[in-house]
Ligand binder design. Structure first.
Ligand code: HEC
Length: 132
């Protein structure tokens, strides 16, 4: 009985270890795919990662915000429309606070838990600039 429990425990930990390892590999992969300034093996991509790995506003928008702001999901101000001209009146300080804390259907940090404040602000500015 004890032995079976022990085996079960060992199995459980080794399964967990495997998924931990996969997670680590995922993380390393993501870092490994960042294009560093001066590296011309990146297929001519602009060296956006030059300043300490910060993502460009466009990158953050495309990967994190576009899912909702691209089409206006759940009333999200839509990219490239007057929606953003309307929001601009609130001022960056309010927009930042609401983006970071979340507001109504807008999740905190727009689901980008690892975005720095600068990255969030950059992507907001990017969307504001898209306003027509
Ligand atoms: C899951 C969908 C979703 C994602 C992902 C998302 N947003 Fe939003 N966002 C919304 C919705 C919905 C609103 C409208 C909230 C309201 O005013 O009721 C909104 C509103 C906003 C506003 C306006 C807040 C205000 O005070 O008027 C800002 C700024 C904003 N989002 C920034 C971002 C940024 C930056 C990202 C990406 C890092 C992002 N959002 C990702 C759904 C989303």
């Amino acid at each position: 009985m004890l032995c079976a429990l022990g085996l079960g425990f060992m199995l459980a930990t080794s399964v967990q270890a495997a998924t931990e390892e996969e997670k680590i590999i995922e993380r390393i992969k993501a870092v490994g795919s960042v294009c560093v300034e001066g590296d011309d093996t990146c297929g001519g991509a602009p060296a956006v990662a030059a300043s300490g790995g910060a993502r460009s506003a466009e990158d953050v928008y495309n990967t994190k915000c576009a899912a909702c702001h691209g089409t206006g999901v759940a009333g999200a101000p839509k990219f490239g429309t007057a929606d953003w001209a309307d929001r601009a009146g609130k001022g960056m300080e309010t927009l930042m606070a609401n983006a970071i804390n979340g507001i109504n259907a807008m999740p905190p940090r727009g689901t980008c838990a690892d975005c720095s404040d600068d990255e969030i602000q950059g992507s907001i500015q990017y969307m504001l600039d898209s306003a027509k």
